[in-house]
Design a protein around this ligand. Structure first.
Ligand code: FES
Ligand SMILES: [Fe+2]
Length: 451
């Protein structure tokens, strides 16, 4: 697959996309190399490995990695594969260990990744094995932003702070509204779906269009509060919502009323009282606009490429690709540490009820994503393009001084999806980070447009 082919697959001016991007193995392999091999990828939250020796097993693209808290409290990540014959070093999902012993021939590795023990080293290897050359392969970069730990295989990548750019302004609504910050609670909810990894990302990043139709049943139940969303195929009051993008592939879909995230709770009063009690703190720390309009509201935050964080609805999710037509979807409930225990429990219960493997919303969405992925296996079918072409060239994109990024009023416009795929195309067609444009906001986005 060469650069010319990648550029032909998507036309962000018209919203046209080739269905091959959801099916072709060759494109999927290039995603592993250029996208998952270069972007900052979510590894874990600080709260999941607080002490030295704590570890968490996860993925960076197809690659399985072990994230380990070091003696000096820093974090390292390693490929979870034995340097002898390739077996998995650590089989547990998370825990605490001084060393990791391979179950095949018993090589053992320290928390710093070094090879510390080889059975029969003298008798079988005649003391000729240079153990210093057989440590676990280290992930080139690991960095944290306010509790969120990311890894990057590419030593040439920009810093995590630069990579996140203006999305930090929105992210801080969850990470920094309260003095003690955030945490994830409950276990990791894991489910395997027969969908291409981009399907759920493009949906959550900007698809307000589907909400009232695909989720009409759940929305009917939740219609007791005015959340700016309507059941059925009707548009909503655009002034209540905003689609925000143009931030190096990151995006936000936000409801601006300061409460809407809790509209989907059977009894939102406990959460509303927490928000009312602490609103002044959020305003002190985040300023009037974010403290009043965004904190407590629902924000769909997408960190390119595969992390989505929804303050308000209170879940964090990562999509691990498993081939072009399969993902592992991992979801956690997320809370502010200061929240009282009964509210935390209510949030965990509600996340299980709405999103995640058994969630009402995710079951609606999963059915649609599986069909959209499966049908691309038809040779004739995949000759036909699909479109994100709503409101193309309608001038809805503009800048609002109080909000970073390219902003459109309302949750129904498909601009976030077009910018997601613009970034996909930029990263996929570039030879290195030096060729990948950097833009935050409308002027920079227009100036760096590649065609
Ligand atoms: S494969 Fe791990 S010790 Fe042989
Ligand atoms: Fe949905």
């Amino acid at each position: 697959m060469n650069e010319l082919d990648i550029n032909h697959l998507i036309d962000n001016k018209t919203g046209r996309q080739s269905r091959l991007i959801f099916h072709e193995k060759q494109i999927y392999e290039l995603e592993q190399e250029r996208l998952f091999g270069r972007c900052w990828l979510f590894l874990a939250h600080d709260c999941q490995l607080p002490e030295p020796g704590d570890y968490f097993r996860t993925f960076m693209g197809e690659d399985e990695v072990l994230v380990i808290r070091q003696k000096d409290k820093s974090i390292n990540a390693f490929l979870n594969t034995c340097t002898h014959r390739g077996n998995r070093i650590c089989k547990a999902d998370q825990g605490n260990a001084r060393s990791f012993v391979c179950s095949y021939h018993g090589w053992s590795f320290g928390a710093d990744g070094s090879l510390v023990g080889v059975p029969l080293e003298e008798e079988a290897y005649h003391n000729q094995l240079d153990k210093s050359k057989f440590g676990l392969r280290k992930v080139a970069r690991v960095a944290s932003y306010k509790g969120l730990i990311f890894g990057n295989f590419d030593p040439e990548a920009p810093s995590l702070e630069d990579y996140l750019g203006d999305i930090k302004w929105y992210l801080d609504v969850w990470l920094d509204a309260m003095p003690e910050g955030s945490e994830l609670i409950g276990t990791t909810q894991k489910i395997e779906y027969a969908v291409n990894w981009k399907m759920p990302v493009e949906n959550v990043c900007g698809d307000g269009y589907h909400a009232g139709w695909a989720h009409a049943g759940v929305m009917t139940v939740a219609a007791s509060m005015n959340v700016g969303l309507s059941v059925g195929n009707t548009d909503m009051d655009a002034s209540l919502g905003a689609s925000i993008t143009g931030m190096n592939g990151h995006s936000v879909l936000a409801i601006l009323d300061g409460y809407a995230g809790y509209a989907f709770y059977p009894d939102p009063s406990r959460a509303i009282s927490y928000l009312d009690t602490n609103r002044h703190t959020a305003i002190d720390r985040l300023g009037e606009f974010r403290g009043r309009n965004l904190w407590g509201a629902n924000q769909n935050i997408t960190i390119f490429p595969n992390l989505q964080i929804l303050p308000g609805l209170n879940w964090l999710r990562v999509y691990h690709p498993r081939g072009p037509g399969k993902i592992e979807m991992w979801t956690w409930a997320m809370v502010e540490k200061e929240m009282p225990d009964d509210l935390k429990q209510m949030i965990l219960d509600n996340v299980c009820r709405t999103f995640g493997g058994a969630g009402m919303f995710d079951n609606d969405d999963g059915d649609n994503f599986v069909a959209s992925t499966r049908l691309n296996q038809g040779w004739q079918t995949r000759q036909q393009d699909v479109y994100w072409n709503m409101a193309v060239d309608m001038g809805k994109e503009h800048s609002r001084p109080e909000m970073p990024g390219v902003v459109s009023e309302g949750l129904v416009c498909e601009q976030n999806q077009r910018y997601f795929y613009r970034r996909w195309q930029e990263v996929m067609s570039a030879q290195s980070w030096a060729d990948i444009p950097n833009y935050n906001g409308l002027e920079e986005a227009r100036a760096t447009e590649q065609r």
